[in-house]
Design a protein around this ligand. Structure first.
Ligand SMILES: [Zn+2]
Ligand SMILES: [Zn+2]
Length: 135
């Protein structure tokens, strides 16, 4: 496994990951969607001790009874999710915050029961290299 580094948008928080990837899932649940303000969120799952925050300190938001979402209080980027009740000893990292998100491709879509209906066929939409489209 390559040494993975990442951080928030403003750079106040940096982290590194050394350990075995358990799964990389694209989550469609309402909870992730609302917190991120995005149609889906990519999560890479590791043992909790595989992740080390090397700069700054994330703020923790209690998004449900046991769910804890760690984010940058300065720029708002979501970084980690921990749920000691459902997934003890596990940390989820928002994979789009990796410096190189291509190192670990996603493996599954999860919580599709809560997926926005138009997301099912989003990959079929016309695609353009830039916006606005150049003719
Ligand atoms: Zn930040
Ligand atoms: Zn989710």
């Amino acid at each position: 496994m390559p040494n993975i580094t990442g951080g928030c948008h403003c750079g106040a928080i940096r982290y590194q990951v050394e350990g075995e990837l358990l799964v990389h899932a694209l989550c469609h649940c309402t909870d992730c969607r609302r917190h991120a303000g995005a149609p889906l969120v990519g999560w890479t799952m590791y043992a909790e001790d595989a992740v080390k925050v090397t700069k700054g300190e994330p703020k923790v938001y209690e998004s449900s009874e046991h769910g804890r979402r760690h984010f940058c209080a300065n720029c708002g980027t979501g970084l980690f999710y921990i749920n000691a009740n459902v997934m003890p000893g596990i940390i989820d990292i928002q994979s789009a915050t990796y410096d190189d998100p291509d190192v670990v491709p996603p493996m599954v879509h999860i919580q599709v029961a809560e997926r926005i209906s138009w997301m099912e066929r989003a990959h079929e939409l016309p695609a353009f290299d830039r916006y606005p489209p150049q003719s």
